[in-house]
Design a protein around this ligand. Structure first.
Ligand code: PLP
Length: 389
């Protein structure tokens, strides 16, 4: 038996795949050049960055010039939103987004509201779905940008981005559409042409790449005001010496994830479905949050009435299971998740949430451990607070 805790928090971050580390190593050591230098060292690094950009663009089905490397999902979301609205300010000041976006989008929208932009936060249905007609109906004359996430990081619901794009562009082809695909790139097929979006954010540490590296797809012709100015790297859209090893790592990680995706999706979906069925069967007063079928293959999100999610997490941790109660960023506070509240859950159900996300190194034994331990832990915690089902 392995003594290490079972890791079921892959939506928060994933371990670096050893094959990715191996690909990165030379660029952390002897191939250390700055890609902007013209000597041999620099050219070697430039080649690596160019090849990585080429690989990622092929995998997402776009042009290399349409990829901007950033420090991760948060920066990509910021660049997409702030960069676009600043560039198109003359045209309008209205943004449409949803109530369940990651804080990288929501807090950015709040900041933009303070600068005079108007934001519509669309509600979602009880499964976390946004409807295309709803987005189209929210369009105003002054709308310049729509930002709807591809899949939600807490509940795993996959949004109908393709249909949302169609519904919006049918009415107003000039409105730009961004999707935060941080939870989908490397996990389910993502093709920017098929989705039809103008901007798409991704982050390597969510698909077994290093932390602190990500990117933004920016469709050719879309204007963007850079948020980091300096030496003019990334075609003037994001200055700063390129993070060569990490860029290479992101490309390698995405290549592996996409290669293994068909098998991995089927495997994880089976683990997820067995876990969901057993938990709901064995624990009274429990529910599954998110869409029953239109959800990420590796995401299960539950609520248990009469339980506080944070206490449950501590108990699970003591029993060798690492999980999350929602998004890692909001852990540590007792605020119920804004996503669960948006689904219409009461405070009581919303604070009793548990997110279990599986990945490349999750085994069936890991899931069995949860199935065996979770019911008794929930029962014990309920007994402590005097909650009866
Ligand atoms: N967007 C979504 C949907 C996420 O899940 C995350 C990470 O949790 C982010 C953005 C932020 O990405 P990063 O951690 O790379 O800044």
């Amino acid at each position: 038996m392995n003594d290490k805790p079972v890791y079921l928090d892959y939506a928060a971050t994933t371990p670096l795949d050893p094959r990715v580390l191996e690909a990165m190593m030379p660029y952390l050591t002897e191939k250390f050049g700055n890609p902007n230098s013209i000597h041999t060292y620099g050219r070697e690094a430039r080649r690596a960055v160019d090849e990585a950009r080429e690989k990622i663009s092929q995998l997402l089905n776009c042009q290399p010039s349409e990829i901007v490397f950033t420090s991760g999902g948060t920066e990509s979301d910021n660049l997409a939103l702030r960069g676009v609205v600043e560039a198109y300010r003359q045209k309008g000041n209205h943004i449409i987004t949803t109530a369940i976006e990651h804080h990288a989008v929501l807090h950015t929208c709040k900041a933009l509201e303070e600068k005079g932009f108007e934001v519509t936060y669309l509600p979602v249905d009880e499964h976390g779905l946004v409807y295309p007609e709803q987005v189209a109906e929210a369009i105003r004359e002054k709308t310049i940008l729509v930002s709807v996430m591809h899949a939600n990081n807490e509940i795993g619901t996959i949004e109908p981005i393709e249909d949302i794009v169609k519904a919006v562009k049918e009415r107003r082809p000039d409105i730009l559409i961004h999707t935060d695909a941080v939870q989908t790139v490397g996990h389910i097929p993502v093709d920017v042409q098929k989705l039809g979006v103008d901007l798409l954010s991704f982050s390597a540490h969510k698909f077994y790449g290093p932390k602190g590296i990500g990117g933004l797809f920016v469709r050719r012709g879309v204007k963007l005001v850079p948020q980091i100015t300096g030496g003019g790297q990334e075609r003037n859209r994001r200055s700063g010496t390129e993070n060569v090893a990490s860029i290479l790592g992101a490309a390698k990680a995405l290549e592996i994830s996409i290669e293994e995706m068909p098998k991995e999706m089927t495997r994880l979906q089976k683990l997820r479905d067995d876990l969901i069925a057993e938990v709901l069967k064995r624990i009274p007063d429990s529910r599954l949050n998110g869409h029953p079928s239109q959800r990420l293959p590796h995401n299960a999100n539950f609520s248990f009435r009469g339980i506080e999610g944070e206490t449950l997490l501590l108990q699970l941790d003591m029993n060798g299971i690492a999980a999350s109660s929602g998004s890692a960023c909001s852990s540590g506070s007792l605020e119920p998740s804004h996503v669960l509240l948006a689904l219409g859950l009461s405070y009581e159900w919303a604070i009793g949430s548990l997110r279990l996300t599986m990945g490349r190194f999750t085994t069936y034994e890991d899931i069995l451990k949860v199935i065996e331990l979770l019911p008794s832990i929930v029962e014990k915690l309920r007994a402590l607070t005097g909650f009866t089902v």
